[in-house]
Design a protein around this ligand. Structure first.
Ligand SMILES: [Zn+2]
Length: 301
C-alpha cells in the first residue's frame, strides 16, 4: 500500500479491531484484542496498544468508532453501551500519545459513513442506515454530510407500549426491542423453548417452517414501519440495512419490511424507496473509523 493511510479503530463491547486503511477502503494490517471490561483506564490503554501495534510509516490520522453518544459541540463521549466509558473524550489520550489528528464518532455513524462513501450508498446524497445486530444502530447522511448528532435510530418507537427495550434504555416498543438479533432470539424461544435462538429461527425459516417465516415477517413489518417513518422525515435516496442479524435474515425480513415501509411512506417516497443490503459487511465499522480519521485530517470535522 503506497497511498495515504489512516488507522481505523472499531471499539466494540467484546473486541477492539484496529487496521490500516487507505482512502479507497483497502485494508492492510489489522490487530484485534478482547475489550477490557474492568476500568475506563484499561479500555483507553488497550486502544493505545492496538494502535501502536499496527502503526507504520505514512500513517496520517487515526479514527475511532465507539458505541457512545458524542456531544458534537465538545467531542466528549457522554456514555457507552456495554463499556465502562463515561463523560470522556476517548481520542485525547491517542492524540497525546501518537501526535496524529484523531477523530471520534459513534460506531454506527462511522459504519454509515463507510457505506455511503464506499459501499451500498456510493453516489447518493441522502442515506439512512440501520445496523441490525444484538442491538440496532443507525446513521444518517444528509445533503452529502454525515449527520453527527446521536442518530439513535434503534430507539424510535414502532410499537407504543410494546416490549421493554434493552440495556440502559427504559423505553418500550423501540425498534431495537423488536427488530434486533435479541428480538429474534426471543421470538425463537417463544416458539421452541429456552435453547432456541435467532440462528435457529433463520435456519428453520429458510427450510420452509411457516411459524419461523411468520415470526421473521413480523420483525420485518416493524422494521418497515420504522423505515417508512424515517423516509417521511429524510426522503433518503437509499436505506441501507447492515449488521450481523440483518445479513443473516436478509430477504426474510427485508421483503416484509419493503411492503410495510411503502405502506407508511408518503408519496412519492413510497414508490421510490430503495431498501438494500449493506455491502461492506463487518468491515464497515473499521473502514468508517478510518474515514473519520481522514475527515479530521481534511478539516471536514
Ligand atoms: Zn430503546
Amino acid at each position: 500500500m503506497q497511498a495515504e493511510r489512516a488507522i481505523g479503530v472499531d471499539l466494540g463491547g467484546t473486541k477492539i479491531l484496529a487496521g490500516v486503511v487507505d482512502r479507497a477502503g483497502v485494508i492492510g494490517e489489522t490487530m484485534e484484542i478482547a475489550t477490557p471490561s474492568g476500568s475506563q483506564e484499561a479500555v483507553l490503554e488497550a486502544l493505545n496498544t492496538v494502535i501502536a501495534d499496527v502503526l507504520e510509516d505514512g500513517i496520517v490520522a487515526v479514527g475511532l468508532g465507539a458505541p457512545m453518544n458524542f456531544d458534537r459541540r465538545t467531542g466528549r463521549g457522554v456514555r457507552a453501551t456495554n463499556l465502562p466509558l463515561h463523560d470522556i473524550d476517548p481520542g485525547a489520550g491517542i492524540r497525546a500519545r501518537f501526535g496524529l489528528p484523531v477523530g471520534v464518532e459513534n460506531d454506527a455513524n462511522a459504519a454509515a459513513l463507510a457505506e455511503w462513501r464506499l459501499g451500498a450508498g456510493r453516489g447518493t446524497s441522502n442515506l439512512v442506515m440501520l445496523t441490525l445486530g444484538t442491538g440496532v444502530g443507525g446513521g444518517i447522511v444528509i445533503d452529502d454530510h454525515l449527520y453527527r448528532g446521536w442518530a439513535e435510530l434503534g430507539h424510535i418507537v414502532v410499537e407504543a407500549g410494546g416490549q421493554p427495550c434493552q440495556g440502559n434504555c427504559h423505553g418500550r416498543g423501540h425498534l431495537e426491542a423488536v427488530a434486533s438479533g435479541h428480538a429474534a432470539d426471543r421470538a425463537a424461544r417463544a416458539l421452541w423453548g429456552d435453547d432456541a435462538d435467532a440462528h435457529q429461527l433463520v435456519a428453520r425459516a429458510r427450510g420452509g417452517d411457516a411459524a419461523a417465516v411468520a415470526a421473521l415477517a413480523r420483525i420485518g413489518e416493524l422494521l418497515g414501519a420504522a423505515i417508512g417513518s424515517l423516509a417521511n422525515i429524510f426522503d433518503p435516496d437509499v436505506v441501507v440495512i447492515g449488521g450481523g442479524f440483518g445479513a443473516a435474515a436478509g430477504d426474510l425480513i427485508l421483503d416484509p419490511a419493503r411492503a410495510s415501509a411503502r405502506r407508511e411512506a408518503i408519496e412519492p417516497a413510497d414508490e421510490n424507496l430503495q431498501i438494500v443490503d449493506a455491502t461492506l459487511g463487518e468491515e464497515a465499522g473499521l473502514i468508517g473509523a478510518a474515514l473519520v480519521g481522514f475527515e479530521t485530517l481534511d478539516g471536514l470535522r
